[in-house]
Each structure stands twice: as structure tokens, then as C-alpha cells.
Design a protein around this ligand. Structure first.
Ligand code: PEP
Ligand code: MN
Length: 356
């Protein structure tokens, strides 16, 4: 059995039936320590499904009786939500990324939790990569006298959601781990991924990096989910993920965590390189169209000479070998030429169709 803390459950509590179904399923697994369920949902725009609120708290209280060993964990974003949830005997809370970013709100929730020795808070990182703001939110709960305060890494806001919905920026949680060795830090792979098919790889990275556990969104029917449908795992997928986590222990002595971290950074860079190459080829295509109009030959020896002398020189300035960059630009330039030839052919074909 894996010693990792697994928190799993739906993004949102949607109905009694949905929640009971997923709770019964998750209750079968020893590894699952908490069942998560969003009761109030922070939505980007109004009028989206904003959670079932108090009604969901009633379901939770009822369903909790089925198995008292699996505690529910919900998000609270203000003191009123905390107070209401406490009435329904909920004891585990996560603080969302949109809340941990705001010290005033965190302080208000911390004040409302003073003297409650039997509850725990799991603080998600703030939306932007500021380790001190994250740490500060954790400390506010500690100062309020909460004994069990832990952290959840859920990635950081990015404009471009490719490949991940939220940037894992692993250096930040690693920094938190270094500053606070005593904290349990789990990784919310669902909110980093944004897409189901990325979750297993992210889980592998999180395990290599020695996170204390994983948070994953699980829904009995993800396609119909009211929130985050692209990233929630079906019950079968969750079962597979759990097996993956359990078997991971036997592989984990093979590679040090840093390699995994650097590889994920390399993945990001490669992704950017490919995007830039695509943009470069689009420009070449436009040039191809113009060359076709003015009947200029595709291959321009002076331009090629200029590329061949400038790029290797730039490479040397930045510490790369000129031979490597020369080879790369031969490939790139060839591809540009191919694209331009295709563009010209296509333009000529269109022109001859029109003249028929
Ligand atoms: C969630 O866990 O459902 C959630 C809204 O999380 P976050 O605060 O990480 O966006
Ligand atoms: Mn969610």
C-alpha cells in the first residue's frame, strides 16, 4: 500500500445521488483519506453553476454516516461558509487559490476558526507564484491555533493554457518544502492538468518530487459534470491512477526527483520552440505568396548566405556551438523552402482554375 495521502472526489457536489455514488466508490480504497467536494464554486463569470451551498452540506452530513473513516473535505472562501459548514460537522477544509491570494480574507477565515482544535486546513497556493504569500496564508491559520495546516500545490495562473491549465512551476512548492519540512504538501494534479489525459504524467512527476500525496477530481460521469468536466476522472480512470500510484513505489528509486523536474521544464521549452517554429513557417508561407505574385524564385542565395553566417554567430555569442545551429538552420530553411514551393504551387493551381 502506498503511504501517500489521496484526496479524491468531484469538483462539485451536484446531487445527493452523485455524491453518494462517488463516496461509496472511494470508500473502498484504503489510500483515499479524504473525499473532496466543492460546495461553493468560485466561478470566473456570474450565472455559471456556483455550487449547491447548504443543500450540499446536508447531503454530506447524511452520506458521511456511511463510513466515518473517510472524511469529507470542502472549500471555504469566507467565515460565513466556514461557520455554516461547521454546523454540518465538516472538519476538513481547503482554501482555494482565489482566496489564499488575499490576506484579508484568509485572516477573516483564520479568525473564525480560532479555538477549533479538531479541524484542519489545506491551503492551496495563491494564483500567482509567490511562495511567501502561500506561506503567509498557512501561518495565519497556525497563528489562529489550528494544529493541522497543510498545503496543496495546484499550479499557477497562465494566459496560455498549453499544455497545462495551470503552470506547475515545481520550483515554488519545492521552495515551500525546503522552508517548511514539517508541512504535508500534496499535489492537485487535476487543476494543474485541466485535461484528463495529462493527469497520470503529472502524478508521476509529483511522486518523483516526493509530494506527500495527490488531490484528484473524480466524477461518476465526467461528461455530464457541471464544473471542470475535461479534467475529472471517471471511477474506472481513478482506479487506474490509484494502481499507478501504488506501483510507483517500486520504480521510484530509479531516477532522482531533479531529473523529473528538469524534464518537465524541458517539455515546456520544447513546446515553446515548436510554437515559434510554427509561427516562423507561417511567415515563410506569406513570403511564398508574395514571391509567387512577383514571380521571384523561392531560393534566394544571398538570403541563405546571410542566415548561414548570422545564426551560427548568434549561437556562439550565447554559448551554443555554431556547428549545431548551422545544422538546425539547414533543416529549418529547407522546410521554409518546401512550404514556399507548396504555396506557390497552390497559388498557381488556383490561378489556372480561375482562368479556365
Ligand atoms: C477546486 O479545487 O475545485 C478549486 C476551485 O480549486 P482552485 O482553488 O485550485 O482553483
Ligand atoms: Mn475543479
Amino acid at each position: 500500500m502506498s503511504n501517500k495521502i489521496i484526496v479524491a472526489g468531484p469538483c462539485s457536489a451536484e446531487s445527493f445521488h452523485q455524491l453518494e455514488n462517488v463516496f461509496r466508490f472511494l470508500s473502498e480504497f484504503d489510500e483515499v483519506k479524504f473525499v473532496r467536494a466543492g460546495v461553493w464554486k468560485p466561478r470566473t463569470r456570474p450565472n455559471a453553476f456556483e455550487g449547491k451551498g447548504e443543500e450540499a452540506l446536508q447531503w454530506i452530513k447524511e452520506i458521511q454516516k456511511l463510513n466515518t473513516e473517510k472524511s469529507f473535505m470542502i472549500e471555504v472562501a469566507n467565515p460565513e461558509q466556514l461557520e455554516l459548514a461547521l454546523k454540518y460537522e465538516i472538519k476538513n477544509f481547503w482554501i482555494g487559490a482565489r482566496t489564499s491570494v488575499n490576506p484579508f480574507t484568509v485572516q477573516e477565515i483564520a479568525d473564525a476558526s480560532k479555538g477549533l482544535s479538531d479541524i484542519q486546513f489545506w491551503v492551496k497556493n495563491p494564483m500567482h507564484p509567490d511562495v511567501n504569500l502561500w506561506l503567509g496564508a498557512i501561518e495565519r491559520f497556525e497563528k489562529a491555533g489550528i494544529n493541522r495546516v497543510n498545503a496543496i500545490h495546484r499550479g499557477f495562473f497562465v494566459n496560455n493554457q498549453n499544455p497545462f491549465r495551470n503552470d506547475p512551476n515545481w520550483a515554488i512548492p519545492m521552495q515551500l518544502k525546503t522552508i517548511r519540512k514539517d508541512l504535508e504538501i500534496i499535489c492537485d494534479v487535476s487543476h494543474i492538468a485541466g485535461k484528463r489525459n495529462l493527469i497520470q504524467d503529472l502524478t508521476a512527476t509529483a511522486l518523483w518530487l516526493n509530494f506527500d500525496g495527490i488531490m484528484a477530481e473524480v466524477h461518476p460521469n465526467p461528461a455530464e459534470a457541471l464544473t471542470d468536466k475535461d479534467q475529472q476522472l471517471s471511477l474506472e480512470d481513478f482506479n487506474l491512477l490509484l494502481n499507478f500510484i501504488k506501483n510507483f513505489g517500486s520504480m521510484s528509486s530509479l531516477l532522482p526527483g531533479e531529473i523529473v523536474h528538469y524534464r518537465s521544464e524541458i517539455d515546456k521549452i520544447d513546446f515553446e520552440i515548436i510554437k515559434l517554429l510554427f509561427e516562423r513557417m507561417k511567415l515563410a508561407e506569406r513570403i511564398g505568396e508574395i514571391k509567387s505574385i512577383f514571380q521571384i524564385p523561392v531560393f534566394q542565395p544571398e538570403r541563405w548566405q546571410e542566415i548561414l553566417s548570422s545564426r551560427p554567430a548568434w549561437a556562439e555569442q550565447s554559448g551554443l556551438t555554431s556547428a549545431f545551429i548551422e545544422k538546425m538552420w539547414e533543416l529549418i530553411h529547407n522546410e521554409s523552402i518546401n512550404i514556399q514551393n507548396q504555396t506557390i504551387k497552390a497559388t498557381e493551381k488556383n490561378a489556372s482554375k480561375k482562368s479556365v
